[in-house]
Design a protein around this ligand. Sequence first.
Ligand SMILES: NC(=O)c1ccc[n+]([C@@H]2O[C@H](COP(=O)([O-])OP(=O)(O)OC[C@H]3O[C@@H](n4cnc5c(N)ncnc54)[C@H](OP(=O)(O)O)[C@@H]3O)[C@@H](O)[C@H]2O)c1
Length: 288
Amino acid sequence: MQKILIQLDTDPNPSVFDRVVAIDAGTEQLFSYGNISPANVTELVHGAMFTRGPADLKNTAIFIGGSSADAGEALLQKVTKTFFGPLQVSVMMDSNGCNTTAAAAVALARRHHSLQGIRATVLGGTGPVGLRAAELLACEGAVVQLVSRSQDRAESACDGIRERLPDALLHAVGASDGFEDVCADSEVVIAAGAAGVCFLPAGSLTQLPKLRVAIDLNAVPPAGLSDIGVTDKAVTRGETLCFGALGVGGLKMKVHRRAVGQLFAANDAVLDTMAIYQLAREIADAAS
Ligand SMILES: NC(=O)c1ccc[n+]([C@@H]2O[C@H](COP(=O)([O-])OP(=O)(O)OC[C@H]3O[C@@H](n4cnc5c(N)ncnc54)[C@H](OP(=O)(O)O)[C@@H]3O)[C@@H](O)[C@H]2O)c1
């Protein structure tokens, strides 16, 4: 029986990136739909649920993507609520790469430095990637500073994480400059600001004596952390192990492909932030 992936994209044009990865991950038939929202998704999900018998449903799966992570989360909720009894298919959400990117970054940090009890900072922490990176770091027991230009947005992002992770140790920080001071006590720093946003100028990393792992997810010049090259992959600078956006991208792509492949292992998987992070950890740990 052929493996069918149903790509539900919240944008008008279903992502070509997600389509290519789907094929590379072993999808045999790819059905792509754009402009999908909770208001028009039910019939598409019914089409997935009611066509194959329960024992064969693992060969049908749903991928949710698009440029808006919030829209993707809303769609994921609606899709999973549409299932009932054994009539369900596995589903993955990775709008704009938010889950695979955050998962890969935190899995790399964890592979190289214990996260339990350490201080970590996420710059640009209110975006889809930063928010998830902060949540995953907190889940691993780190004390996390979530940084935004707006104290209110940082607080509200931390509140959102606490709703899912009540024991998370989070500090909301509003700052538009002085990021060296903000990061001074951190052992792990992840820069997850918008493309082309620079937080730390050249020479900063050596001014941060506690820093052990620094990850810059921004691939668009100027760099988010100027001392890090975009292709850096576990490059040591002083006491700090550095990863640039493309250095993280290799693991991110592996995680994305493995996650799509895993959709076809059973008919009841929900690959959300945490599930995708578990995969990233397994892949990162296996490489060490
Ligand atoms: N390597 C990969 O495979 C990969 C995959 C996906 C994304 N990415 C990269 O990961 C990064 C994060 O992605 P994202 O989608 O979460 O980013 P985003 O939503 O575009 O931006 C993240 C945060 O950056 C802050 N920001 C925006 N403009 C700023 C400015 N001028 N100065 C300081 N902060 C600013 C905003 O926070 P506040 O407004 O609250 O300050 C925003 O919430 C991006 O650089 C993206 O290109 C990499």
